[in-house]
Design a binder for this molecule. Sequence first.
Ligand SMILES: Cc1cc2nc3c(=O)[nH]c(=O)nc-3n(C[C@H](O)[C@H](O)[C@H](O)COP(=O)(O)OP(=O)(O)OC[C@H]3O[C@@H](n4cnc5c(N)ncnc54)[C@H](O)[C@@H]3O)c2cc1C
Length: 454
Amino acid sequence: MTDELHIVGGGMAGSEAAFQAAEAGVQVVLHEMRPEVKTFAHHTGNLGEMVCSNSFRSDDDEQNAVGLLHWEMKQAGGLIMNSAYAHRLPAGGALAVDREAFAETVTAAITAHPNIRVSHDEVSELSGEGHWIFATGPLTSEGLGRAIQAETGTDRLAFFDAIAPIVYAESIDMDVAWRQSRYDKGETEEEQKAYINCPMTKDQYEAFIDALLAADKTEFHEGETAGYFDGCLPIEVMAERGRETLRHGPMKPVGLTNPHDPETKPYAVVQLRRDNELGTLYNIVGFQTKMKYGAQKAVFSMIPGLHDASFARLGGIHRNTFLNSPTLLDDRMRLRSKPNIRFAGQVTGVEGYVESAAMGLVAGRMAAAEILGRTMPTVPQDTAHGALIHHITGGAEAKTFQPMNVNFGLFRPLEGLRGGRKGRRERYKGYTDRAKEAWQEWLTAQGLDLRAAE
Ligand SMILES: Cc1cc2nc3c(=O)[nH]c(=O)nc-3n(C[C@H](O)[C@H](O)[C@H](O)COP(=O)(O)OP(=O)(O)OC[C@H]3O[C@@H](n4cnc5c(N)ncnc54)[C@H](O)[C@@H]3O)c2cc1C
C-alpha cells in the first residue's frame, strides 16, 4: 500500500502531475476548487482549461525551445501534449487546439483513471503531513495565498497579463481581410492560410495609435504595482512606448501579400488566429489589452475588416501569483521549510501553458518516485525541463525574480559553435540534439512504468 499524493489545482500543471503519478502506480487525490469556487478567467469546471490563447506556441523541436518542451513531454507520455495533438487546429508552425475538445479530453482521462480521485474543494492550508503538490496557478485562491505567505514569509508578487479579444469569424469583412500565414508557412493549404489578416495604411495606423493612446483604460488597484511581463504587454502599453512599437511587434506587415491589392504593401497588419475547430471564432493575435470594454469596441472597429466585428470575448487584465522560487524551492521543487510539499506550474514562476504543464510533469514524477521509495536523478540541466527548473530554483537572480518562458538563453552554451545570429540555426540544433539525448537517458534511468509516446 503506497501513500496518497494530494495535488491541489487541476489546471495544466496539476492535471499533468496527477496523470504522471497515477501512471506510476500512486494513488492520487486531485483537489480542484472549480466549479464551486470560481476564478474570473476560467469559464468551466473542466480540468486543463485554457484561459486565454488557444495556442501551445511553436511546435518546432529543432529550432525552438517551446517545441523542444513539446517533444520532451511527448516522450514522457504527457497527457497535456497528447491531448493537444489530438485536437490540433491549423496554425502555421504553432500547436493551436480546439480548447473545449482539448479540456474535455484532459478531464475525461483524469476522471476515468483508476488511480485518481477528483475532489472539488478549495484547499487553504499547507499541511505538514502527507505528500502534496500545489499547482494552483496564477489565480491561486486568496485563502491559500495567505497560507503560503504565512509559511514562506515572502510577499506574493503580482503583475498583469491581459486577455486578447475573440471575434466571430462571420463578422469579419473578407472583402478587406484575407487568409494567409506569414511567409505562407505550413505544409498544407489550410496551414498556409491559417490566419486572417487586416491591412492598414499609414493614415489608418496613425489614427489607430492616437485612439489607443486616448482610450479609457482600467486603473490598477492599490498595491498592484509590479511591472508587466514583457511577453504579454497590453497593446496600449506598447503604443505608449513608441508609435512604431506595434508595427515592429504584433502588427508587423512582413511576410504577407494582400490579394485585394497585391501592388500595395500594407503599412501595418492586424492578424487573427482561429480559436475553435469549427472556425467560427478568431482571436486577435498579440492584442492583450486593459482598455475598458466600450473603448475596446470603438478602437477595434477602426481596424479595416473589423468595422462591424462582433466579439465573443473582449480583453481583460488579471493578476499573476508566483513564488520567489529561487529562495523557497529546492532542485526537486520541494518547499525548503516543508519538504513534504512541492509546487508546480505557473505559481513557481514559469510562464505559459507549456512551461506550467512541464513543471507538473516533473513534479508528478518526482513525488511518485519518492512515495514508491525509488531514487530519481535530478532533471538534466541540458534538457528544456532541466533548464527551466534550474532557472527557477537557483539559476535566476532571487532579488529580481520574474516569471520566465523557456528559451535557449537558459541553456548551457555548447563548446565550439559559432555565436551571434549567423550561427543560430546550428546552435539551436545543437541544443535540441543534446537535450533529446539527455532527456531519453533521464527517462530510461527512472525505471518507472510510464507510457512512451506513440
Ligand atoms: C487571464 C489569463 C490569461 C492567460 N493567458 C495565457 C495565454 O494566452 N497563454 C499561456 O500560455 N498562458 C496564459 N496564462 C497563464 C496561464 O494561466 C498559465 O500558463 C497556465 O494556465 C498555468 O497553469 P497552472 O496549472 O499553473 O495554473 P492553472 O491552469 O490556472 O490551474 C490552476 C488551478 O488551480 C485551481 N485552484 C486555485 N486555487 C486553488 C485552491 N486553493 N484549491 C483548489 N484549487 C485551486 C484553479 O481553479 C485552477 O484550475 C494566462 C493566465 C491568466 C490568468
